[in-house]
Design a protein around this ligand. Structure first.
Ligand SMILES: Nc1ncnc2c1ncn2[C@@H]1O[C@H](COP(=O)(O)OP(=O)(O)OP(=O)(O)O)[C@@H](O)[C@H]1O
Ligand SMILES: Cc1cn([C@H]2C[C@H](O)[C@@H](COP(=O)(O)O)O2)c(=O)[nH]c1=O
Length: 207
């Protein structure tokens, strides 16, 4: 079976990590060999950069420094984990990828799409997923899930104000609308095991 690269995207608390796990399990049940991974992270070097990005004071990095760190982590992740898995005809299910940089650094931080794509061209030769699944959930539901999970201790990005996160969500929507061949918008409401079949359906042409 040909390898496929699928990314899951969306704002905080919409269920990406939960669905990445359940989606990978559902694909395995269908005989697909799956590598589950995430960003920032997914290779030893990129996981080290993840700690730099998510821990510490809110003002630890400028937006430009963060964009460079995400692009550097992604370059290592693509070279060491994603490309080798695809070359071995495995599927890669990735919790966030380039589109998170476009939404957070490009959109909410105001760096713009062109700058983020330029960094991605340098770091990862512009490498893109075959399909990107945008998990869509009303803001209030996502915030409630996130608050329960984080128990008052969000990371540097989760701690940003609601207006920042609204810009993230709006940018994801704009990206999805602009590139319908790659993106699918998935209703992420309801019990987790009711959401997973919607993800499977969105890649059914490859199964
Ligand atoms: N369908 C669901 N119904 C209820 N709770 C859910 C559902 N999916 C996930 N959760 C819970 O909501 C919280 C957030 O889910 P998860 O960590 O998967 O989201 P995420 O999109 O990866 O978030 P982030 O980007 O902030 O890391 C977790 O505590 C998870 O157990
Ligand atoms: C890949 C990527 C991530 N971010 C932000 C978004 C999240 O707040 C964190 C990652 O935390 P998660 O619990 O693993 O979702 O990092 C970003 O701003 N830009 C990116 O490219």
């Amino acid at each position: 079976m040909t390898g496929r690269f699928i990314s899951l995207e969306g704002g905080e608390g919409v269920g990406k990590s939960t669905q990445a796990r359940l989606f990978a399990a559902a694909l395995r049940e269908r005989g697909v060999e799956v590598v589950e991974t995430r960003e920032p992270g997914g290779s030893p070097g990129a996981e080290a950069i993840r700690a730099l990005l998510l821990q510490g004071e809110a003002e630890r990095w400028t937006a430009r420094t963060e964009a460079l760190l995400f692009a550097a982590a992604r370059a290592d992740h693509v070279a060491r984990t994603i490309r080798p898995a695809l070359a071995a005809d495995k599927w890669v299910v990735c919790d966030r990828f380039l589109d998170s940089s476009l939404a957070y650094q490009g959109g909410a931080d105001g760096l713009g799409e062109d700058l983020i794509r330029a960094l991605h061209a340098i770091g990862s030769e512009g490498f893109l997923p075959d399909r990107t699944l945008l998990l869509a959930l009303p803001e209030a539901v996502a915030m409630e899930r996130e608050a329960i999970r984080d128990a008052g201790r969000p990371d540097r990005f989760g701690a940003r104000d609601p207006e920042y996160h609204r810009k993230v969500t709006a940018t994801f929507r704009r990206l999805a609308d602009a590139e319908p061949a790659r993106w699918r918008i998935i209703d992420a409401s309801g019990e987790a095991d009711m959401v997973t079949p919607r993800l499977v359906e969105s890649v059914s042409e490859w199964l």
